[in-house]
Design a protein around this ligand. Structure first.
Ligand code: 7PJ
Length: 271
């Protein structure tokens, strides 16, 4: 009998500027490094380092700016903790430099929107590639959300993207798929995708799910973004039950507990 593997916990490390002065921008990589180390000691298996906000409605950042933000953090974390480092970027040049300083996973929230170049970097460097379902750009993705059957449409679009990644030379075993909760999705779409996650898990790629603190949890519970631990833990547990091989979260220690308990029950349910 095949026992499902223990789910991996990916901790989120955002690297964003903390002050502006005289037209210059001062980045504090130390705060991000300290946060990454803290998440690692909480039990994160993976640290996802991102220098561009990809939240719906956010503005783009130049490659130069993104590199300045993430490289020092990836370099430090790759050398100082056991967690595998992931770079959250849609830019091939950022992914390539990140891989040189120790990133082993490329987390692409655009699902290869701009062509195969990001997949080519994954193929060249041997990095794993996460393809997160999304439509449009962060600026316009919530404007016109239409699906037939959301799970079938997301599955088909993820399979197409995975096919493009494999055509660019990425081994299928190194491709992850992610339903992209909150990206070009209504609350109902997010619920349908979580409820029917086994259909995505059945596609044969490892599945990553990122429900942490997202607005659908706020819409359901009325809780503000800084008070969504309970809803996030429930979503993590359901994602694991539905076959997620990894979850992307802000609150590593608590979500790791939720994932471990859900996994133990899922194994029992598997028989
Ligand atoms: C996700 C992500 C997600 C993956 C973000 C936020 C918004 N990457 N990046 N999956 N969400 N793979 O964290 O609230 O769900 S940014």
């Amino acid at each position: 009998m095949h026992l499902r593997p223990t789910p991996l916990v990916m901790g989120i490390v955002n690297v964003t500027p903390d002050s502006f002065s005289d037209g210059g921008r001062f980045l504090d990589p130390h705060a991000a490094i300290a946060h990454g180390l803290a998440l690692s000691s909480e039990g994160a298996d993976i640290l996802d380092v991102g220098g561009e906000s990809t939240r719906p409605g956010s503005a783009p950042v130049s490659a130069q700016e993104e590199l300045a933000r993430v490289l020092p953090v990836i370099r430090a974390l790759a050398g100082r903790c056991h967690a595998v480092i992931s770079v959250d970027t849609t830019k091939p040049e950022v992914a390539r430099e990140a891989a040189k300083v120790g990133a082993k996973i490329i987390n692409d929230v655009s699902m290869l929107r701009d062509g195969p170049a990001l997949a080519e970097v994954a193929a060249e460097t041997g990095a794993e590639l996460v393809l997160m379902h999304s439509r449009g750009t962060p600026a316009d993705m919530q404007d016109d959300i239409r699906y037939g059957d959301v799970v079938e449409d997301v599955a088909r679009e993820l399979l197409e993207a995975a096919g493009r990644a494999e055509a660019a030379g990425v081994d299928a075993s190194r491709v992850w798929i992610d339903p992209g909760l909150g990206f070009a999705k209504t609350v109902e779409h997010n619920l349908e995708l979580l409820a029917r996650l086994p259909e995505l898990a059945a596609l044969g790629y490892r599945v990553l799910v990122g429900p942490s603190r997202k607005s659908f949890i706020g819409a359901l519970t009325g809780a503000p973004v800084n008070d969504r631990l309970g809803g996030s833990a429930a979503a993590v547990a359901l994602a694991v039950m539905g076959g997620a091989a990894a979850v992307r979260v802000h609150d590593v220690a608590i979500m790791r507990q939720a994932a471990i308990v859900a996994h133990a029950v899922a194994r029992r349910a598997d028989g």
